[in-house]
Design a protein around this ligand. Structure first.
Ligand SMILES: Cc1cc2nc3c(=O)[nH]c(=O)nc-3n(C[C@H](O)[C@H](O)[C@H](O)COP(=O)(O)OP(=O)(O)OC[C@H]3O[C@@H](n4cnc5c(N)ncnc54)[C@H](O)[C@@H]3O)c2cc1C
Length: 485
C-alpha cells in the first residue's frame, strides 16, 4: 500500500518460525515487520480457553523438547520476556494393557528399570547419542550440509535411516522398549516400516534424556508472546488481523519471508514465480491429518499405571504391533478403531492451567488427510482403556477436526500439522531441492516455515536459517551462528 512505510524485511505469519526469523533479522539491525492473518500471535503455539473459563488449553503444540534443544531459541533472552519451561519428573510414559508402563526417565538407567529384559539394549542404543546430544542437536536441527561432527552424525545416521519397526525389533526383545520406541517414532506420522522413521524416535528419546520434554508455563502461547516481546524490544513491528492474499498489497520491503506452506506461497505470488518452480511447488506432498480433543477435567486422569502421572506426555496405543498397524491404516485412508493417541496433561505440573483441584487434558490421533470422521468416542475409548473411569472426570470437551485446524491456521492443509510429509524424499528437499531451500527464484522472496528444513516442531530453526540466508544474500551480512549451531 502506497501510504505504508517501507521495511528491510517483512515476515508473513507469526508462527514460531516467522517470529524467530523476524528476531534474527532484527538482531542484525534490520527494520522488520511481521504480518499475521489472525487476531492472535503464535500459529502452532497458541493457547486458549477452549472448554470452560479458567482452563487454558494448548490449541496445537503442547510439549517442547525441540524448543529447549533449539540452538537458536537457546540464545534468546526469552526468560526475560516471560517464558519459563516446566519440566515434569519424567519426560514420557507409555502404558500397556497389563497396568505396567514403559517410562522414559531423564536417566537412561532409570528408564531401563521399566523396560524388562531390554535395559542393557536400551543403554547400548541411547547412551552414545545422549552423551553427544549437545553436539548432535545443531547438526540435526538444520538443512542438509556438511556436519560439524561427521563421525557422530554417521553413527546416528546408520540407525536413524532404518525403519522404526526394523530397529526396534533388532535392538529389543520385550514389549516395553519396543512400544516406547514406536510411540516416539510415530510422531513422524509415517508408517513405521518406512525408512528413516527411526530418526524422529531417536531424536525425541535422546532429547528426553538430555534436556527433558517440558511444557511452557501458562501455555504454549507464552513462547510466541516471549518471542514477540523480544522482537518489539529490538524495534520489530507486528500487525495482526491481516491475512495476506497478494504480493501487491504488501508494504515495500527488500526481502519477504513467508512462514507459510508452498500452497499459500503459490496462491499469494500467482504467476510471479517461474512456471518450473511453481510446478515443483505444486508437487509438494501434504500428509495425514489430526483429530484433537481438549478436556476440562474434574480431577487428574486416573491412570491404571501410576507412573503415567509422572509425565506430561503419555503415548497410548499399546504394543509396537498395534501402533504400527494404526499408523499404516491412516496412510491407507482408514480410521483405526484403536489409534495411537498422544496425550498431554500439562495441568499436573503447571498450576496456571486449571482452577485448583481441576485439570486439563490434550489428546490427538492421526487420521487420513481431510478426514471428516468424528474420532471423539474412539480417542476416549483409548483413554478409558488405560485410565478406567476417565470419562467420568470430563466436565467439558472441545473437538478439532482437520477442517477446524485448517480454519485455525491455513498452514494446516487438510489437517496436516507438519507442513508437509516428512519422509526420506521430502525431509531435506522441502519444499523443493535447492542448494538454499529457503530461497525462491525471486531473490527477494523466501520461505521460513516448517515446510523447509528441519521441518515441523517448535524450534524456530527454519526461521533462523531462512533469516541467515536473507541476511547473506540480500543484505551481504553474515550472522554468527549460535554457539551451538
Ligand atoms: C495439534 C498439534 C499438535 C502439535 N504438537 C506439537 C508439540 O507438542 N511440539 C512441537 O514442537 N510441535 C508440535 N506441533 C507442530 C508445531 O506447532 C508446528 O510445527 C509449528 O507451529 C510450525 O511453526 P511455523 O512457524 O512454521 O508455522 P505455524 O505455526 O503454522 O505459523 C504460521 C502462521 O502464519 C499465519 N498465516 C497463515 N496464512 C497466512 C496469511 N495468508 N497471511 C498472514 N498470516 C498467515 C498463521 O495464522 C500462523 O500464525 C503441533 C501442531 C499441532 C497442530
Amino acid at each position: 500500500m502506497a501510504h505504508e512505510k517501507s521495511y528491510d524485511a517483512l515476515v508473513i505469519g507469526a508462527g514460531p518460525n516467522g517470529l524467530s526469523a523476524a528476531v534474527a533479522l532484527a538482531r542484525a539491525g534490520l527494520s522488520v515487520k511481521v504480518i499475521e492473518a489472525k487476531d492472535t500471535l503464535g500459529g502452532g503455539t497458541r493457547s486458549a480457553e477452549l472448554t470452560l473459563p479458567g482452563y487454558t488449553h494448548d490449541v496445537c503444540s503442547a510439549i517442547h523438547p525441540m524448543g529447549v534443544a533449539s540452538p537458536f531459541l537457546r540464545t534468546l533472552p526469552l526468560a526475560d520476556h516471560g517464558l519459563s519451561w516446566v519440566h515434569p519428573p519424567s519426560p514420557l510414559a507409555h502404558p500397556l494393557d497389563d497396568g505396567s508402563a514403559a517410562v522414559l526417565e531423564r536417566s537412561i538407567d532409570d528408564t531401563g528399570q521399566t523396560l524388562g529384559p531390554d535395559a542393557a539394549a536400551y543403554r547400548r542404543l541411547m547412551a552414545p547419542l545422549v552423551d553427544n546430544a549437545e553436539a548432535l542437536f545443531p547438526d540435526l536441527l538444520g538443512p542438509l550440509r556438511i556436519p560439524r561432527h561427521p563421525i557422530l552424525m554417521t553413527r546416528f545416521g546408520l540407525r536413524a535411516v532404518r525403519s522404526a519397526t526394523g530397529l526396534a525389533r533388532s535392538a529389543f526383545r520385550g514389549p516395553h522398549a519396543k512400544a516406547l520406541f514406536a510411540g516416539c517414532a510415530a510422531h513422524s506420522i509415517l508408517p513405521l516400516d518406512r525408512l528413516l522413521t527411526s530418526a524422529i524416535g531417536l531424536v525425541l528419546a535422546m532429547a528426553g534424556h538430555a534436556i527433558g520434554w517440558p511444557c511452557a508455563r501458562g501455555g504454549s502461547q507464552s513462547i510466541a508472546e516471549a518471542l514477540a516481546s523480544y522482537l518489539r524490544a529490538l524495534g520489530g513491528e507486528i500487525e495482526t488481523n491481516r491475512p495476506v492474499r497478494t504480493l501487491a498489497e504488501l508494504p515495500e520491503a527488500r526481502a519477504i519471508l513467508f512462514d507459510l506452506t508452498p500452497r499459500q506461497l503459490l496462491s499469494i505470488t500467482g504467476d510471479h514465480l517461474p512456471a518450473g518452480y511453481r510446478r515443483r511447488l505444486e508437487r509438494y506432498r501434504y500428509g495425514p491429518a489430526v483429530f484433537k480433543l481438549d478436556w476440562a477435567l474434574d480431577g487428574p486422569i486416573p491412570w491404571k499405571a501410576p507412573a503415567c502421572a509422572r509425565a506430561a506426555t503419555v503415548h497410548l496405543g499399546g504394543t509396537i504391533e498395534e501402533i504400527a498397524a494404526a499408523e499404516a491404516a491412516v496412510w491407507k485412508g482408514e480410521h483405526h478403531p484403536r489409534p495411537y493417541v498422544l496425550v498431554a496433561q500439562q495441568s499436573l505440573f503447571d498450576d496456571t492451567r486449571a482452577p485448583a483441584g481441576k485439570h486439563t487434558g490434550w489428546a490427538y490421533c492421526h487420521v487420513p488427510q481431510g478426514s471428516t470422521e468424528d474420532m471423539t468416542a474412539t480417542i476416549e475409548s483409548q483413554m478409558e482403556r488405560f485410565a478406567p473411569g476417565f470419562k467420568d472426570r470430563i466436565l467439558a470437551r472441545s473437538t478439532m477436526s482437520p477442517a477446524d485446524f485448517q480454519r485455525h491456521n491455513e498452514n494446516y492443509v487438510g489437517g496436516d500439522i507438519t507442513g508437509g510429509v516428512t519422509d526420506l524424499a521430502q525431509l531435506f528437499t522441502r519444499p523443493v531441492a535447492r542448494i538454499v531451500p529457503y530461497s525462491t527464484p525471486d531473490p527477494r522472496l523466501y520461505l521460513c516455515s516448517s515446510s523447509t528444513p528441519p521441518g515441523a516442531g517448535v524450534h524456530g530453526m527454519c526461521g533462523y536459517f531462512a533469516a541467515k540466508a536473507v541476511l547473506r544474500r540480500v543484505f551481504g551480512k553474515r550472522i554468527e551462528a549460535p554457539p551451538c549451531a
